[in-house]
Ligand binder design. Sequence first.
Ligand code: NAD
Length: 497
Amino acid sequence: MNNIYHFVDGKEFKGTSQRTSDVYNPATGEVTAKVYLASKKDLDEVIQNSLKASVGWANTPALQRARILFKFKELIEKNADELTKLIVSEHGKVYNDAQGSLTRGLEVVEFACGIPHLLKGEFTENVGKEVDSWSMRQPLGVCAGITPFNFPAMVPMWMFPISIACGNSFILKPSEKDPSCPLLLAKLFKEAGLPDGVFNVVNGDKEVVDGLLESKGVSAISFVGSTPIAKYIYENAAKNEKRVQALGGAKNHCVVMPDSDLDQAVNGLMGAAYGSAGERCMAQSVAVAVGNVGDQLVSKLKTQVEKLKVGPGMDNNSEMGPLVTKQHLEKVRGYVDIGEKEGAKLVVDGRNIKLQGYENGFYIGGCLFDHVTEDMTIYKEEIFGPVLSVVRVKDFDSAVKLINNHEYGNGVSIFTRDGDSARTFASKIQVGMVGVNIPIPVPMAFHSFGGWKRSLFGDQHMHGMEGVRFYTKLKTITSRWPSGLRTDPEFIMPTMK
Ligand code: NAD
């Protein structure tokens, strides 16, 4: 049995806490490791260490910081196979999907390599007579990130490369369900030349999270996870006077217009609904069939869902792996039961799948519901599993209204060949990330990621320039150097004449 601890001050840190949580291989259902859950006392030591490291790091020129990031990028590429296998072994998703998610994280490192350029300030000569003014961005000190199980590499990498590039030290509290990949990333960053203490990984649960929220030593909190916890983080970080961005859950819709290329829409939906077994915050869990497209859409989806190849993530033939834990599997199965009870038509039932040799793995096959309505639990709540609901609406306006009424607003897409519908949709929809004939519109690293409504609490999205703004504070300097500096006292508000 493998024991997983923490990575602090450039080395393994065992802490004093004896509390642990089981880490599983979802493909087999076996416990593969015990992760130690840090105490508040352990965390205090980490925060002190991070504070100390943040001083020297903030004074390191951005160009030198960038060179370490370039080296980190190389090391991620060199170790991509090992990092990917760690994701598969603890999360369960299939290998090439895990590889793709690592690449999306790597792209944020690539973006952060441009930090000398990104941190350039603004300068105005002569804002007044012989008075110059300039603005610059400075680091905050110690920032912390709390991340979910579904992207153990990518979501932490939305945060720490930019925060560290900006001159902060960073404490990552990854999900206790799959902690190994973030720990390897921290070791690689050290190998790239990052000074000890600038990037620390602390494993834990609510105790550590509360410690981060309460500590005066932590200046900013980035969170990604479910909506109830995101709200808790937002409220408590703000109460403790911290900067906060807290990304929450989702229920993403895909509108299929009668004029769309239906095969393209179905292929898009298959990947978006069942890829990563639906455990993506950008997974599409609702297909909105507009007008008369419903029967054909459901029939084409049914054929494909029944063909889905479910299996262990390391098997090259698998298209969909297991869910992360048995508990989560039961929750997803429970939603399918509720859907049936509430009157939706279960077109494909994946609940009773059995895989030879993997009888204890956390598998469920793809599930497809038709005739789902707005009042049903499976429409309202995030299932986070391979369950797609088809809702039928009469026209485009009803589709927009349906989506705008939903409490979540993370991602959405429309399949159409009509430019007018696409443009109106992009303009009117109350959702943060919109795809037009793109099923999963995840913005690239140099744009920013974030939802609307109860999918994000806070003001700034993640990565891209929003990330640089979040992890720095703005300072504006106004200066005058008159020869023989002498001024009379002024008692009125200075203005320029
Ligand atoms: P989660 O909210 O259960 O956990 C997220 C993090 O919060 C973990 O590190 C966990 O240890 C910690 N945590 C859990 N309960 C806590 C508590 N009571 N107090 C303090 N901290 C607590 O989420 P999850 O199950 O790991 O991830 C799935 C969720 O994340 C889904 O809702 C999904 O939509 C969401 N998600 C959102 C985005 C996005 O960008 N909006 C991206 C990925 C995942």
